[in-house]
Ligand binder design. Structure first.
Ligand code: ZN
Length: 220
């Protein structure tokens, strides 16, 4: 009898839509205006709003193993002063559409059609998924996070037919020279190793109908 009850519960869970917690970061007029400035200076586009049409999903890790500490990097509208690596490239703080906790809980942090600052060159075309973990470049994202990424990406593909690619952040430079690449400054690049080759391999084994990053010489 217990087995039947468990079976019933698991069927119910799989039938219901994916659970996504709403945890909005501050995204007021200030961050919108700073985002427009970023779009102008990096992509040379004059935009009325910061709405995007997503073509790519970029998967990240936060490089911090604690959820609250990870979240705190994204809450302020302006970039914290301890990011000299990207400070000169604009005052708008980094952001991400989703943050997946280590137990697999999915949080949505901002509107899906707003541009987030999470990846050089591709912000205007992409949705960002941050996973809590990867401190000191450890390949430690959990199976629960993998499962949530798989489900979330499938859900996003249903919602946005325009999405063609799923890439790891470490693959972003594969798009240099591609139609979707918009960054004007050839010297503005940062090294990225997130979320790990292993995580992307396991993710790709479980999602279909997406193109991989257009690398000509293997993954960077
Ligand atoms: Zn990243």
């Amino acid at each position: 009898m217990l087995k039947i009850i468990f079976l019933f519960i698991s069927v119910c869970i799989s039938v219901f839509a994916l659970e996504i917690k709403q945890l909005p970061i501050e995204f007021g007029d200030k961050r919108v205006e700073l985002t427009k400035e970023y779009i102008k200076s990096h992509y040379n586009l004059d935009v009325k709003d910061i709405k995007i049409i997503p073509k790519i999903i970029v998967v990240h890790h936060t490089a911090i193993d604690d959820f609250k500490d990870s979240l705190s990097r994204f809450t302020s509208q302006t970039l914290p002063t301890d990011r000299p690596d990207i400070q000169s490239a604009g005052a708008v703080n980094v952001s991400t559409h989703f943050m997946v906790e280590r137990d697999g809980t999915i949080n949505q942090l901002m509107p899906l059609d707003y541009m987030a600052r999470h990846v050089i060159g591709l912000n205007y075309n992409s949705i960002g998924i941050e996973n809590v973990g990867g401190q000191n470049s450890k390949d430690n994202l959990t199976d629960a996070q993998l499962k949530s990424n798989i489900e979330l990406i499938k859900e996003l593909k249903k919602k946005f037919k325009t999405i063609e690619y799923v890439i790891g952040h470490y693959e972003y430079r594969c798009f240099e020279g591609h139609d979707l690449w918009l960054e004007l400054d050839d010297n503005y690049r940062t090294f990225k190793d997130d979320p790990s080759v292993r995580f992307m391999k396991e993710l790709r084994e479980n999602i279909k109908d997406f193109k991989e990053a257009p690398c000509t010489q293997g993954h960077k």
